[in-house]
Ligand binder design. Structure first.
Ligand code: MTE
Ligand code: LUZ
Ligand code: MOS
Length: 787
């Protein structure tokens, strides 16, 4: 037992650093760069560790005639082999709707679908054994393309329509109309750490699961269902992910479930890690879309009616596709008021891996379609696209005229975009550079420059209402150190840093006195995936609430113990002051402990105000909107289709920033990842549905050389979130991804210059140099023919 503290008269001196608003570095920054951050494959292994490998379908669609695993069983080091028939509990691991099979049974539906799994004494032995399987199939016709699926009416979930007024009539009555279509490519997540899980069997048929998942509670549920045991016997731990980007929201689960079954059978720890090739082949990606649009507009370019059909390639199973396509539909308006509007969303079933969440969750594919239409209108009317964008913006504040209502009847309140865009237009010298670009293009035959400013309005909240909740747990130990836990997962985005800052701020102690701990289902239960950019909004508030509970107990205790008024008590600079006296935080904790005050508390938060009726497509699905805008300038080689991004100016709104360097990092990373999606990252399948781009040699993500030469990012200052979010901040994880649309639009602008801006080029994505060259050829031919 320690000596009881003396009550000091001394005033606190040490200044608190790194609390809310402080540009503190990522909690693991040093560990990331030095290689000391422990990922699952770095964890110490047990002496009886086993390693798993997955056997997969080698055709895209067919009946399974026979799975002969005799040679697999006999192979060196093999301890156990599991097929669909050996799954002790449920075989279906669909996250929302049934349809995602842990292992194929009777039928295979994509090339690379897991059929069986092997545990062996080494990773190499497991991989070798898998190759010895003899599987025969009766092939069935396979569908890979959206067009084909639409013709066959092959949908994984029913189509959904959102509409207001009579769009067709409004388009028909409009002075002008334009129709177009756009094919949008998918995207591999390319998290640096691949999918992995390590499962350790415990007493009473339970398991401890280490997984690289954005959704520990869902892993807990699915492992329990697959093993047929109560959820309480499954504990899931996630310290950090080496990137998730949505790819580990649902699709980290199969590997944890398979390892769990093997661990159950062998009663040994089993680790399942996919190598890059297998990861790319077996897991789903961003949904490719084939969209069409039709807009009617007046002489100024004001949109009077709009129709959109959004067709997503969902792959073989439902996974999250219903919500992903909803999210595309909810964002097709982007920043623009659409008076008479009809939006159709189709979820096409194909024989490919099941496509899943990816930063933006379908909304980038919706927004891109709208921005294509806007640029087409500008070209048609011979106006600057920025003029058309501005004229169609939602009003700054709801007016009686009501150009503030989204197609789903949520009112856009306090719209800061018009002001933000004006600001960026001036800071980035848009108008002057527009003239310079024209001058440059007039005298350069081979090199053509393009410029574009595009905005982003992104709704924050899970559209499924009950997901908008979070929990936290705080313990203060008797040395005064604070142990922090919450339901969010750290995937590099800086969530743990921000939540620790929030807790340090609440207690007014040094940030270094708040100790971050791994996310665990036995500490904070029933959590939501860390997704939809709401990690900090939800878990930050929950942790703050836990801290407030303890702080209130401490305040009550001081008031009673020292006979002072509660109003006199302040937590400041690692001390608590009351009247003329003060006590250090750690001394207070000691004192509270011996006076039997509980120093542990849970906290909880649920987002207010939101509701959504999906059938009627009306409500307030989003608590608020996040905004930003970007100006991109590109230079395109007319002869080769190659291009370079010369300069990017971003102005992004994060409300009152909890951590400006982490927020800036998210904006940089999101933008560059978006640029990769729209430019260099191309997924290629052969005509049998086998993915050919299975690694960095054939699938090109952006590298340091692709970063814009001149990259200027600013946070829109003095814009606290009008809603009561945590410290009036705004979510930042996904919105900046869509700022990259400006790069694609700038490339189109450069190509259009060849026709003296009379033709709006068709440019599907990714806009690889090949596609850019095709567009150049097409625009040249059409403009020579005088089309
Ligand atoms: N940043 C890093 N470094 N790694 C990631 O995996 N995922 C993105 C974004 N930023 C991701 C990231 C996605 S898809 C989401 S939804 C958010 O982070 C999730 O975290 P948040 O809600 O805490 O912002
Ligand atoms: N939105 C949503 C999301 O409503 N549900 C989700 O699961 C989700 N995941 C990622 C991003 N947005
Ligand atoms: Mo992010 S796509 O919401 O995981």
């Amino acid at each position: 037992m320690r000596k009881l503290p003396d009550i000091k008269a001394k005033q606190p001196s040490a200044a608190i650093n790194a609390i809310v608003g402080w540009p503190e570095k990522h909690e693991s920054a040093f560990k990331h760069v030095t290689g000391q951050a422990v990922y699952i494959d770095d964890q110490l292994e047990m002496s009886n560790q086993l390693y798993a490998a997955v056997g997969t379908s080698q055709i895209a669609h067919g009946k399974i005639r026979q799975i002969n695993l005799t040679e697999v069983y006999k192979a060196d080091g093999v301890i156990a082999v599991v097929t669909a028939n050996d799954v002790p509990g449920q075989l279906d691991i669909g996250p929302v709707f049934p349809g995602d099979k842990l292992l194929a049974k009777d039928i295979v539906e994509y090339y690379g679908q897991p059929l069986f799994v092997v545990a062996a004494c080494s990773y190499q032995q497991a991989c070798q054994a898998v190759k010895l399987a003899k599987i025969s199939y009766a092939p069935l016709p396979a569908t890979f393309e959206i067009k084909q699926a639409l013709e066959q009416k092959s949908f994984i979930r029913p189509p959904h329509v959102m509409q207001r007024g009579n769009a067709a009539l409004a388009i028909n009555n409009a002075p002008h109309k334009i129709a177009g279509n756009l094919t949008i490519g998918g995207q591999e997540h390319f998290y640096l750490e691949g999918q992995i899980a390590n499962v350790i069997p415990t007493e009473d048929a339970g398991v401890v699961v280490y997984t690289s998942s954005q959704h520990p509670s869902e892993i807990q549920r699915l492992v329990a269902e697959v093993l047929n045991i109560p959820f309480s016997l499954v504990t899931v731990e996630v310290r950090r992910l080496g990137g998730g980007f949505g790819g580990k929201e649902t699709q980290a689960a199969p590997w944890a479930c398979l390892a769990a079954i093997l661990a159950r059978i062998t009663q040994q720890p089993v680790k399942l890690r996919l190598n890059r090739h297998d990861d790319m082949v077996m897991t789903g990606k961003r949904h490719p879309f084939a969209n069409s649009y039709c807009v009617g507009f007046d002489n100024d370019g004001r949109i009077l009616g709009a129709e959109f059909t959004l067709n997503a390639n969902c792959g073989y199973s439902p996974d999250l596709s219903d919500a992903v396509v909803d999210c595309a539909m909810l964002h097709v308006d982007n920043a623009y008021y659409l008076d008479q509007v009809k939006i159709v969303g189709n979820r096409c079933k194909t024989h490919l891996a099941s496509n899943t969440a990816f930063r933006g969750f379908g909304s980038p594919q919706g927004m891109l379609t709208m921005e294509a239409a806007i640029d087409d209108i500008a070209c048609y009317l011979g106006k600057d696209p920025l003029t058309i964008r501005k004229i169609n913006f939602y009003d700054e504040s709801p007016q009686p005229a009501n150009r503030s209502i989204t197609p789903y009847y949520q009112i856009v309140e306090k719209n800061i975009l018009p002001k933000l865009v004006n600001n960026l237009e001036n800071n980035a010298n848009y108008q002057q550079r527009r003239i310079q670009v024209h001058e440059f293009n007039a005298v350069n035959k081979v090199l053509k420059k393009g410029l574009s400013l595009t905005p982003v309005k992104f709704g924050i909240s899970f559209t499924v209402k009950h997901l908008n909740q979070a929990g936290a747990l705080i313990h203060i130990y008797t040395d005064g150190s604070i142990h922090l836990n919450h339901g969010g997962t750290e995937m590099g985005q800086g969530l743990f840093t921000k939540v620790a800052q929030i807790v340090a701020e609440e207690f007014q102690v040094d940030r270094s006195n708040v100790f971050i701990s791994a996310t665990r289902t036995d500490k904070v239960p029933n959590t939501t995936a860390t997704a939809a950019s709401s990690g900090t909004d939800l878990n930050g508030k929950a942790a703050q609430n836990a801290a407030k509970t303890i702080k209130k107990r401490l305040t009550d205790f001081i008031a009673q113990h020292f006979a002072v008024d509660k109003d006199e008590i302040t937590f400041i600079d690692n001390y608590v002051k009351f009247g003329e006296r003060s006590i250090s935080f750690s001394e207070l904790i000691q004192l509270a402990y011996v006076n039997r005050i509980s120093l542990s508390a849970t906290g909880y938060y649920s987002t207010p105000k939101i509701h959504y009726d999906r059938e009627k497509a009306t409500g307030r699905p989003f608590f608020y909107f996040a905004n930003g805008a970007a100006v991109s300038e590109v230079i395109v080689d007319r002869l080769t289709g190659e291009y370079k991004v010369l300069r990017v100016d971003i102005l992004h709104d994060v409300g009152k920033s909890i951590n400006p360097v982490i927020d800036t990092g998210q904006i940089e990373g999101g933008f560059v990842q978006g640029m990769g999606w729209l430019t260099t990252e191309e997924l290629v399948w052969d005509d049998q549905g086998q993915l050919l781009t299975t690694g960095p040699a054939t699938y090109k993500i952006p590298t340091i050389g692709d970063i814009p030469v001149d990259f200027r990012i600013q946070l829109f200052s003095d814009t606290p979130n009008p809603e009561h979010t945590i410290y009036h901040s705004k979510a930042v994880g996904e919105p900046p991804f869509m700022l990259a649309i400006s790069v694609w639009a700038a490339i189109r602008d450069a190509i259009s210059s060849i026709s003296n801006y009379s033709i709006s080029p068709k440019l599907d994505t990714p806009a690889t140099p090949e596609r850019v060259l095709q567009a150049i050829d097409q625009v040249s031919a059409e403009s020579q023919a005088g089309v």
